[in-house]
Ligand binder design. Structure first.
Ligand SMILES: [Zn+2]
Length: 230
């Protein structure tokens, strides 16, 4: 289902409905379309029926702001729902327009529902959580190895993408650039818990690059031997 946060931080939400199947909000249509494609990927490729594996309701929320009401340059999974901002400086389009964004956030929900621990969102387990979200996001939006290329303001990040799985440095020359990521363990960033939860969006570049190397050397198609019984 799609929920409208009406430009609040989830404080004033209304259900997006239509009496005649005419949908006037492109953001709600995009959120539902992209969420549907992500759902179908997990269902058809991994035989997983929704986030909880049991056909649970998927909730997408549009027009979400920061707590202080400013436009949000982000999307997030909060344990129950996928929330999309409309972009501010980093993003120049609503986050709901990004198929890989929907795939990324839905994957966080799958991970959280996938057994004990759910890759605690801190340090190396958090970086793996972020990396799996990027990997499945790029399998769902599979025409490139970029993350966020459809919503990023190219004036802010010249590569035109938030992250690149094939080139985690992403056009930056130094780890001090916010869109740089390491691509192997020799570049691992040992950060404290108050720095991006120990670098969860930074060190994810290492397993991202490893998956890119695997998938381009072998295949993007899931080998049938990996298919398990429901
Ligand atoms: Zn994430």
């Amino acid at each position: 289902m799609c929920i409208n946060s009406n430009n609040t931080a989830l404080d004033n939400v209304t259900h997006v409905t239509s009496p005649n199947n005419v949908w006037n909000s492109p953001k709600s249509a995009s959120a539902m379309h992209n969420g549907g494609l992500a759902y179908e990927y997990f269902r058809n490729t991994h035989n997983r029926n929704s986030l909880n594996g049991q056909g649970g309701t998927i909730i997408s929320v549009i027009n979400v702001t920061e707590d202080d009401g400013t436009q949000m340059d982000n999307a997030f999974w909060n344990g129950q729902l996928m929330a999309y901002g409309n972009g501010n400086q980093l993003c120049d389009r609503p986050l709901a327009a990004g198929l890989d964004v929907a795939g990324h956030e839905m994957t966080h929900g799958v991970i959280e529902n996938n057994g004990a621990g759910g890759l605690e969102y801190m340090g190396q387990s958090g970086a793996l959580n972020e990396s799996f979200a990027d990997i499945f996001g790029c399998m769902i939006d599979r025409d490139d190895w970029l993350v966020g290329e459809d919503i990023i303001n190219n004036a802010v990040i010249p590569s035109g993408a938030l992250r690149s799985m094939s080139n985690p440095h992403n056009g930056a020359s130094s780890p001090s650039t916010f869109y740089w990521q390491p691509e192997n363990m020799s570049e691992y960033q040992n950060l404290s818990s108050n720095q991006d939860n120990g670098g969860v969006h930074i060190n994810s570049g290492i397993p991202n690059k490893a998956f890119y190397l695997y998938a381009t050397a072998v295949t993007k198609i899931k080998p049938s031997a990996f298919i398990t019984a429901p």
